[in-house]
Ligand binder design. Structure first.
Ligand code: MN
Length: 322
């Protein structure tokens, strides 16, 4: 999906100063963002109180929306740089097209993983004949300096490893590794993204890594993570230093667990780009608007998205020490 904010706020993030080395329970609420004409999404990252969790730098949760009488998701061709997009559905279908020529329908609990590297463009749409409900999450992973100019790629993985903890937990490993199970999706920093399906009555402890920072967000139902009850549309930042995580649910619930090694590098995030400087971002914007670098998406019925205006004040990534 694209960041469709008309006036996207530039965000400088990364670095260790906001990372909690100890376990914490920091409850973050979503900001409601309207995309296009009517679709509302809950933006959990970047958040006023928290910008990244490991290399995860953007998280939108949308739906469940009844789109039986609507066209559903219609995101025209737009560019990306310096990141991976992770598309994850609980309900519905999304048709992905990109400038590499990929044409792929992504279905519930399948990974659509696009690595932009230096430049890619794509569109995402609900197919003309689509299921009634659309419900999912759109996440971005920042690429480290060594890989941010890598060649663009698209992967689709329909068969993902599952961890069945005792006590009603069914975890699908979307990215990275969880309790010994490894996703086939390509990663560039040590991280994990997992979908946790909790049957009513779940009461368990999930093994996690003390060197990762983590956050859990609610997709559906009402789960309790480390004793904190999470209503839909909220995220709990958990810090580092944990060997396991207590998870409970009285009703059928869905969580996503995001984690990773704290991302040391400072990045600049604006619109659909992750760079290291204001110049990176300005160059990417200008290349997209002039039709160079990002290629063409074929087959989408509509014009590409124009980039918004750059903010008047130049951005600078903050140094690691303040
Ligand atoms: Mn996108």
């Amino acid at each position: 999906m694209s960041n469709l904010d008309v006036k996207p706020a530039p965000t400088v993030c990364g670095g260790r100063e906001d990372v909690s080395a100890e376990p914490v329970r920091e409850l973050l609420t979503a900001r409601t963002v309207t995309l296009g004409e009517s679709t509302q999404v809950r933006r959990l990252l970047p958040n006023l109180g928290r910008r990244m969790v490991g290399a995860w730098c953007f998280v939108d949760h949308y739906g469940p929306d009844d789109i039986a009488r609507e066209s559903g998701m219609q995101v025209p061709p737009h560019p990306h740089m310096g990141l991976q997009t992770v598309s994850w559905l609980h309900d519905g279908e999304v048709l992905h097209r990109d400038s590499l020529g990929s044409l792929q329908t992504v279905r519930p609990r399948e990974l659509g993983l696009m690595t932009s590297g230096r430049a890619i463009s794509h569109s995402e749409e609900s197919p003309r004949d689509h299921p009634r409900l659309l419900h999912g999450a759109q996440l971005w992973v920042a690429l480290p300096e060594a890989d941010r100019n890598t060649a663009p790629a698209f992967e689709h993985h329909a068969d993902l490893p599952v961890v069945t903890g005792g006590g009603g937990l069914h975890a699908t490993v979307i990215m990275g590794e969880l309790d010994g199970a490894v996703s086939p999706g390509t990663t560039h920093t040590p991280l994990v993204g997992a979908d946790l399906a909790l049957a009513a009555g779940t009461d368990t402890r999930l093994p996690i890594r003390p060197d990762f920072e983590y956050a859990a967000l609610t997709m559906s139902g009402e789960a309790e993570v480390d004793g904190v009850r999470l209503a839909p549309g909220s995220m709990l930042y958990l810090g580092c230093g944990r060997r396991d995580l207590a998870i409970r649910a009285d009703v059928d619930s869905g969580l996503m667990l995001l984690g990773g090694e704290p991302f040391d590098e400072k990045i600049v995030m604006w619109w659909n780009f992750v760079g290291r400087s204001n110049d990176d971002i300005a160059q990417a914007r200008s290349d997209w608007m002039s039709g160079s670098r990002f290629g063409d998406v074929r087959g989408y019925d509509g014009a590409p998205l124009p980039a918004p205006e750059l903010p008047a004040t130049p951005l600078k990534p903050r140094g690691r020490a303040r």
